[in-house]
Design a protein around this ligand. Structure first.
Ligand code: CMC
Length: 428
């Protein structure tokens, strides 16, 4: 018999199969445990729970390894571009030239959004956070493409939803920004590549020519590639969970955007810059904030430090740190907030509290710094993360559908009151 785990409950022994992945990761398959023994497993925050098998992304948090479909992130960041990586994640292999041309041409053809979308956008107050707008507008795509609600769509129909989502999210994202600053929106320019088109929609004015800086386009490609997938993180698990109820691609991704918004997840890149600005406003003493982060009675955490799975280093952070240095040099940026970032990084990397707990700067520490250098406003940082994570969400949603995974429905251990009788209000 192949390898199994034995568990003894109430004096009775149960054998649980062991599942092994292609990179030799092992899991105990407990799916039949409750039916056999009446026991469930308890794992708050799913720290030790494999929710699915997946052939998309491999990461080894101890060794700092990240592969998309087997390709190391370092090679993809150096040699590929975001659209090619998106194809790789969604369809499983690197595209031929013909496949790549088809994929990117189709995306170019679908960048326009229905003009009625602008009316929805206009309805948001200027105080609206762009992540809220993005989540709402992506969900509202179901209204424009109601056929996407059919859970039995053909492969071709699903592919069209994928193309539409890849094409329209940058337009919606850039429009949410333009709307927030009271400027006219820019329509997409389909002769531009994906990243250039997004930058044009974000920063061009109808009154002036917009010149693209290749350093900026390159940095944006890298950032999007590094964020493109990260296996079963909070937002991706959300996309899979919502999608497991047969919800449409648009609604599932909209839910993922809401999850990403949280400051412990994608919202961390915004939180990093806000923290650095707060340190600057307080006089710039980074040591004081390091002490706050170490104080158990103080809820303050150093944003951009630590990671749930990377416990030695975040491989994305290494690549992005280099890109951040290049961008700052190329754009000749001298920003006091970035000096504080360097001090903080230096101090934390040499402080036993952070060293013992293996708390290193994560990808969001540096991505926030690059976004700021590129002129992207702070509350758009998490939108940039969403733009990058989109192919990963799509790939994971598609995989879940193709594997015909059952609806996600965790169990619990109830700890509330035991049965008691209703008491009329006058007797309470
Ligand atoms: N500053 C100070 N102390 C920290 C930090 C931090 N940023 N992160 C963790 N710790 C401490 C924590 O207090 C605990 O100490 P102790 O063992 O003495 O109680 C220990 O380190 C372990 O922390 P944890 O909360 O059990 O770790 P976790 O794996 O549950 O949390 C995390 C991971 C990313 C939520 C956390 O490190 C954190 O809150 N970091 C700041 C937010 C952040 O940068 N998030 C972006 C993550 S990368 C982007 C993404 O993939 O979403």
């Amino acid at each position: 018999m192949s390898e199994f785990a034995e568990i003894i409950l109430d004096g009775k022994s149960y054998q649980l199969p062991v599942v092994e992945g292609t990179e030799n990761e092992k899991a105990v398959d407990i799916s039949a445990l409750r039916a056999q023994s009446g026991y469930v497993t308890l794992d708050s925050g799913y720290k030790n729970t494999g929710a699915t098998t997946s052939a998309i992304t491999f990461l080894d948090g101890e060794q700092g390894i990240l592969h998309y479909r087997g390709y190391p992130i370092e090679q993809l960041a150096e040699k590929s571009n975001f659209i090619e990586v998106a194809y790789l994640l969604i369809y499983g292999s690197l595209p031929t030239q013909q496949e790549l041309n088809d994929f990117s041409n189709k995306i170019r053809l679908h960048t326009l959004v229905n003009e009625d979308m602008r009316k929805i956008l206009d309805g948001f107050p200027s105080t609206a956070h762009p992540m809220g707008i993005l989540s709402a507008l992506i969900s509202s795509l179901t209204a424009f493409y109601p056929e996407s609600l059919n859970p039995n769509q053909t492969k071709e129909e699903v592919d069209l939803s994928i193309i539409r989502l890849m094409a329209k999210l940058p337009t919606i994202a850039a429009w949410s920004y333009k709307n927030s600053i009271g400027h006219p929106v820019n329509y997409p320019k389909n002769k531009l590549d994906y990243c250039s088109n997004f930058l044009h929609m974000m920063f061009a004015y109808p009154t002036e020519e917009y010149e693209l800086n290749p350093v900026v386009v390159d940095a944006l490609n890298k950032l999007l590639i590094l964020h493109a997938d990260h296996e079963q993180n909070c937002s991706t698990s959300t996309v899979r969970l919502v999608g497991s109820a047969n919800a449409s691609l648009y609604s599932s991704v909209s839910a993922g955007i809401s999850a990403l918004w949280g400051p412990l997840h994608g919202g961390a890149n915004q939180a990093v810059i806000e923290m650095l600005e707060a340190i600057k406003a307080d006089g710039g003493d980074s040591k004081k904030f390091i002490a706050k982060a170490k104080d158990k009675d103080d809820p303050f955490r150093l944003m951009g430090f630590g990671h749930r799975v990377y416990k030695n280093f975040d491989p994305r952070a290494r690549i992005i740190k280099k890109a951040a240095d290049e961008v700052l040099t190329a754009l000749g940026i001298n920003d006091p907030v970035l000096d504080i970032a360097k001090e903080l990084e230096e101090a934390a990397l040499n402080d036993p509290y952070f060293v013992e707990r293996k708390l290193y700067p994560n990808v969001d520490f540096y991505s926030g710094i690059i976004y700021r250098a590129l002129g992207i406003p702070t509350d758009m940082f998490t939108v940039m993360f969403a733009l990058g994570r989109l192919p990963g969400w799509i790939a994971q949603w598609k995989e879940m559908r193709e594997n015909k995974e059952p609806i996600g429905r965790p169990r619990q251990i109830y700890t509330g009151a035991t049965k008691r009788d209703y008491v009329a209000v006058e007797n309470r």
